[in-house]
Design a protein around this ligand. Structure first.
Ligand code: NDP
Length: 397
């Protein structure tokens, strides 16, 4: 019987726990551990079957190793924060257990993320005879697999890839983030970056904007160019792509608040002395903002995330758009979480199922696009996130 250890009891951890509890044939025994055990217990109470809950400080390799030895899982699903990726990977190597996450490593003191530090673990994972699957959320995650599907079924050569992430949900607050506020604001306030003709081009934060007409009644929305981690691995694994960009929608209220918070220094991540105590302004701001896990009941509307790809098939130019549309309230009714947590947690559980059922296998550190996209997308669709394909007439977005 398979055993899994989920680390992190936020919005994403809740959805992963639900999918594991709903699928006992794949996830025999489930343990949910986090820094605050009471949050695990709240989730456990809502699940369709019993799971075990534990406390763990995932910054501490010794604590992690002890817990893994006690639980003896086949796989650790890391849905804590990106700061904990390396400590959890260390503990997995020490105990010989497979690893999966949804976001690449970030150092708490530097708002910069890249796969380098995790790819460096490849040889050690290989030597330990275990596998790490990186970025098994939606973006990164399903978006990587969409590109792999495009290459497998629709293109001889892919020229341009635009990944587009729209959250057209409304939670009724003037300002709140849909996942961890600290990680979200660090990502959005960083410089934009895209790949073109063999190199990375940098742009000022949120300075490049277009309007994209989203399907399924969502309609036209402003999209802004951002750097996003899946581009780094996709460019590595599909070097034929000439240009790759990532876009995200933001409402005017979000942007106005973000600008004001930046202007007064509330998004800073360096320590500031306040009444004799060091505080990090962004961490203090996180304390004041609504907990993303609490947005579920209030959020209405849809998300739409997909990849628009131009290239050549059988000597002809072709444009392909593959996407998912997810409704916040439908997700909430099933799991008690809104669609941003749902679209991350379902692929994390599906990636875990690929490993546990030996459908995706190998030793070392892998990104999602390195495996057969078909079984993963079939399972993600069966578990609530179907894909839709269209073939637009025009190439450029
Ligand atoms: P939350 O902030 O809601 O939850 C994080 C959880 O991790 C909390 O339970 C927190 O505990 C726990 N945690 C934090 N630090 C530690 C630690 N040192 N030891 C043990 N537990 C810890 O985040 P989300 O659920 O919104 O996001 C989870 C992950 O998913 C993040 O890494 C995020 O970047 C990623 N993500 C990926 C997406 C994708 O599509 N690929 C999209 C959205 C998110 P406590 O409550 O005690 O602080």
């Amino acid at each position: 019987m398979n055993r899994v250890l989920i680390i992190g009891a936020g919005g994403v951890g809740r959805v992963v726990a639900f999918k594991c509890a709903q699928n006992a044939d794949i996830f025999g025994e489930v343990t949910l551990a986090s820094r605050t055990k009471s949050k695990c217990d709240v989730i456990a109470k809502d699940l369709p079957r019993n799971i075990r809950t534990e406390t763990v400080d995932a910054d501490n390799v010794t604590e992690l190793t002890a817990l893994i030895r006690e639980v003896q899982p086949n796989l650790v699903i890391n849905v804590a924060l990106p700061y904990q990726d390396l400590t959890i990977m260390d503990a997995c190597i020490e105990t010989g257990v497979n690893y999966l996450d949804t976001a690449n490593y970030e150092h708490p003191d530097e708002a910069k993320f890249c796969y380098g530090p995790q790819w460096e673990y490849h040889d050690r994972f290989q030597k330990a005879g275990i596998m790490a699957l990186l970025g098994s959320g939606f973006d990164p995650g399903v978006t990587n697999v969409y590109v792999a599907r495009a290459k497998k079924h629709h293109f001889d050569r892919m020229d341009t890839v635009d990944i587009i992430d729209c959250n057209a949900g409304d939670h009724g607050y003037p300002f709140a983030t849909n996942f961890n506020p600290e990680i979200n604001i660090r990502e959005v306030s960083a410089k934009g970056r895209f790949f073109e003709n063999g190199g990375w081009q940098e742009t000022e934060p949120l300075s490049v904007k277009k309007v994209f007409d989203f399907p399924e009644g969502i309609g036209p929305k402003d999209i802004y160019l951002l750097y996003h981690e899946e581009m780094e691995s996709l460019i590595k694994h599909f070097p034929e792509v000439r240009r790759m960009r990532f876009w995200m929608t933001f409402g005017q209220s979000y942007l106005t608040h973000l600008k004001a918070l930046e202007n007064v220094g509330m998004t800073r991540i360096d320590p500031v002395m306040y009444e004799g105590k060091e505080i990090i302004p962004l961490q203090f701001l996180k304390k004041l903002l609504p907990d993303p896990a609490s947005l579920g009941p209030r959020t209405v509307g849809k998300t739409c995330i997909g990849c628009r790809i131009c290239g050549e098939k059988d000597g002809r130019q072709k444009t392909y758009f593959i996407y998912n549309v997810c409704d916040h309230q439908t997700c909430y009714r099933e799991t008690g979480a809104q669609a941003v947590s749902y679209t991350t947690g379902v692929p994390a559980a599906a990636g875990a199922a690929m490993i546990l059922q030996d459908i995706w296998h190998g030793t070392g550190v892998f990104n999602m696009e390195q495996f057969d996209p078909d079984p993963f997308l079939r399972l993600v669709a069966q578990w609530g996130l179907p894909w839709i394909e269209s073939f637009p007439d025009t190439g450029e977005i």
